[in-house]
Ligand binder design. Structure first.
Ligand code: 9MG
Length: 310
């Protein structure tokens, strides 16, 4: 008995290995309980709700009005079952233009302050590639950083995170949001993403970020085509080899619309839930979603069915 939930796992080269044949150190790395994330145990998948604070997300009826709307939306998300909020002021959709750091800060930081002033205690993640935004948001009460550039965009980011001692998600992306979907190419997508993430973990640790504060994410849709996304999703167990919590974001992404025949992102909820269930079954510890209530219900049913007792 290995104590693992998987009969087979993938090694860091993507080869399938029978769990029975693993040595004790590998089993320990794969199965050791992950440290708590912002006070949340990671013994079941946690839902990270997406709260975009870009100009098209809320009314432009003035700063106060849009802040109040963001607080109301955050409250509703928490009531629906979001356990972490991921707040972002710069769109990272394929083709999106970068925004100035000052503009990003002006969008995100007052919302974090307003959420805390309104008494919301939910852990807040800041979706940013910029150290200055991270620093200011942490000062207002944010708890962790989600950096889709894995510390490659801003040389100042690692120091901010190291100094604050907060968790950071290192996501793999090939290229920047502006150009990443222009014919991405890999010889072996799984091996290359694993290797790149391994290097980013080493860089983070070398910059003073504690290893046990790091989450990893293969970056579905970030410089990947349909085949790359499917290969990575089929191989999620390989990412547990880092011994770190795994965060997965697939919600409403293009490949779901392509396979599921849903052109508009808002019509991609059923496919998003199907992939969230898949990620949960592969042991992902954090799942980043738009449709919280619906994903929560699906995960509850999955959990009930997988439990051994009645
Ligand atoms: C900001 N953002 C959009 N998609 C994402 C994903 O898949 N993972 C993470 N960590 N962040 C994402």
């Amino acid at each position: 008995m290995t104590g693992l939930r998987f009969a087979h796992v993938l090694d860091q080269e993507g080869r399938e290995i029978a769990a029975q044949g693993l040595d004790a150190a590998t089993i320990e790395r794969l199965s050791a309980p992950r440290p708590k994330l912002c006070g949340l145990s990671l013994d079941r998948p946690r839902l990270m709700g997406i709260l975009n604070v870009t100009p098209d997300s809320f009314s432009d009826g003035g700063d106060h009005a849009s802040r109040a709307e963001a607080v109301a939306q955050a409250r509703a998300m928490v009531e629906e079952g979001a356990e972490i909020l991921d707040i972002g002021g710069e769109s990272t959709r394929p083709g999106a233009q970068a925004v100035a750091v000052e503009e990003e800060m002006a969008r995100v930081v007052p919302v974090v302050a307003a959420l805390r002033a309104a008494g919301l205690t939910v852990p807040i993640s800041i979706d940013t590639r910029n150290g200055a935004t991270a620093r200011a948001a942490l000062a207002e009460g944010a708890d962790m950083i989600n950096d889709v550039s894995a510390l490659t965009h801003d040389p100042g980011m690692a120091g901010v995170v190291a100094e604050a001692g907060v968790p950071i998600c290192l996501m793999h992306a090939k290229g920047t949001p502006q150009e990443m979907q222009r014919a991405p190419r890999y010889d072996d997508v799984l091996a290359e993403v694993l290797e790149a993430l391994g290097h980013r973990i080493e860089a983070a640790v070398a910059a003073g970020i504690a290893r046990d504060r790091i989450l990893v994410d293969p970056g579905i849709g970030f410089g990947k085509d349909l085949g790359h996304n499917l290969t990575l999703l089929r191989s999620l167990t390989a990412f547990h080899g880092f011994g770190l919590p795994l965060l997965i974001g697939v919600s409403r992404k293009r490949f779901i619309g392509t396979i599921g025949g849903a052109e508009a992102p808002k019509d991609r909820m059923p496919g998003s839930i199907a992939v969230a269930l898949w990620a949960s079954q592969q042991g992902a510890q954090v799942i980043r979603v738009h449709d919280i209530k619906e994903t929560r219900q699906a995960l509850e049913l999955q959990h009930a069915l997988m439990r051994e007792e009645p």
